[in-house]
Ligand binder design. Structure first.
Ligand SMILES: [Zn+2]
Length: 312
C-alpha cells in the first residue's frame, strides 16, 4: 500500500509538471524525481522467460524514469500511470493494467486527447494498450509496447467519458476498413484524419501504424503540408486503432532508437500494398517461413531490466 501511495505521488508530481507543449527531452521531473536510475545488472545467465516476470509486476518501479532497450526487446523504469479517466480521455480494458508509460507518453496522450476533443463529434480519446507497469514482454497481444513509448489509440469516437470498469471491458472499438484493408469504410471521417495528422506532426512521434487503406485515404485527402504523411506507416491489422510510437527522449541513453522511416510521403508504397490486397501477387515459390520467435529471456533484455524487476 505504501508503495502504491508513493507511486501515486510520483505520478501526480509528474502529471503536474507535464505541460501542454512538452518538448522531446527528459524533463526535470524524470531526472529529479528523487529515485536512482535502474542499475545495470549481469543477467547473462538468467534464462527465465521475461513475460511471466513482467506480467506479475503490479506497479511501476520507484526509479528514475527511463525507457530501456528497444520497443520489442526492453522494459521501462519509473513508469507513470495514465489516469484512468481525464477530461478528454479514458483508458480502456483496465483489467489488463497496461495504462503505464514513460512520462513523455502520458503527456503526449493527454495532449492528443485535447486535439481530438476539438473535433466535431469527438469528446476526446479512448486509449488502448500502452505498456505494463514495468514494461517488458507481455503474455498476450504485442511484440512491441515494451519500453513505455508505444500506445494504441482507438478509432472509435468516445460515446461517453464516464464509462465504468465493466463497460470499459465490454465496449469494443469500431473497424474502419473494407475490402480487407484496401480502403476505409463509411465510419472513417475527416476527424480521424485530423487526429492522425496531429499525432504524426508531433515531434515526439517516431512513427504511426495504420492499415493500408487509411494511409491511402490520407494520401488522397491531405492538403497543404504533406510532410507528416511520412510518419504514417501502413501495416497489418490496425483498423480498430492506430499505434503511436514515440522517439527515445533526448538524454535517454539506454533507449535504443529505431531507424528513421524512409524519406518521402510513403504514398506509393501504401498504394502498392493496396493493390496487392486487391490483386494478390502469386506466392513466392522460394518463400521460407521464418522460424517461430524464441521467447525473450531475462538474458535477452538489457541488464537494467533485471534492476527494474528487482526494484521497489
Ligand atoms: Zn500497438
Amino acid at each position: 500500500m505504501i508503495r502504491r501511495l508513493a507511486t501515486l505521488a510520483v505520478a501526480l508530481a509528474l502529471a503536474a509538471c507535464g505541460g501542454g507543449d512538452t518538448p522531446a527531452t527528459v524533463t526535470a521531473a524524470q531526472t529529479q524525481n528523487g529515485f536512482p536510475p535502474a542499475p545495470n545488472l549481469d543477467a547473462s545467465g538468467d534464462s527465465r522467460v521475461a513475460k511471466f516476470l513482467f506480467d506479475d509486476a503490479p506497479s511501476g518501479s520507484l526509479q528514475q524514469s527511463e525507457p530501456l532497450g528497444f520497443y520489442s526487446r526492453g522494459c521501462q523504469a519509473g513508469a507513470v500511470q495514465l489516469p484512468e479517466t481525464g477530461p478528454t480521455w479514458q483508458a480502456m480494458r483496465l483489467d489488463r493494467n497496461r495504462n503505464w508509460g514513460q512520462p513523455i507518453l502520458v503527456d503526449f496522450i493527454q495532449d492528443l486527447s485535447r486535439v481530438a476533443a476539438a473535433q466535431p463529434g469527438w469528446s476526446g480519446l479512448y486509449i488502448g494498450d500502452m505498456s505494463q507497469p514495468r514494461g517488458g514482454p507481455m503474455l498476450t497481444g504485442h511484440a512491441s509496447h515494451q519500453t513505455g513509448l508505444d500506445a494504441d489509440i482507438w478509432f472509435r469516437p468516445p460515446d461517453r467519458l464516464d464509462l465504468g470498469r465493466a463497460e470499459r471491458e465490454n465496449l469494443s472499438s469500431i473497424s474502419m476498413r473494407r475490402d480487407e484493408g484496401a480502403f476505409v469504410n463509411d465510419a472513417w471521417t475527416p476527424a480521424h484524419e485530423a487526429i492522425v495528422r496531429a499525432a504524426a506532426s508531433d515531434p515526439r512521434v517516431q512513427r504511426i501504424f495504420v492499415f493500408p487503406g487509411a494511409k491511402v485515404a490520407m494520401c488522397d485527402n491531405a492538403t497543404g503540408d504533406r510532410s507528416w504523411l511520412r510518419q504514417v506507416r501502413p501495416y497489418y491489422g490496425h483498423h480498430y486503432h492506430f499505434h503511436v510510437r514515440l522517439r527515445c527522449p533526448a538524454g535517454a541513453t539506454n533507449c535504443e532508437p529505431q531507424d528513421e522511416v524512409p524519406a518521402g510521403d510513403g504514398c506509393a508504397e501504401a498504394r502498392q500494398w493496396q493493390q496487392d490486397i486487391l490483386n494478390p501477387p502469386p506466392p513466392d515459390p522460394n518463400y521460407v517461413a521464418p522460424p517461430p520467435r524464441a521467447e525473450i529471456t531475462m538474458a535477452g533484455l538489457p541488464g537494467q531490466c533485471l534492476g527494474v524487476l528487482n526494484a521497489e
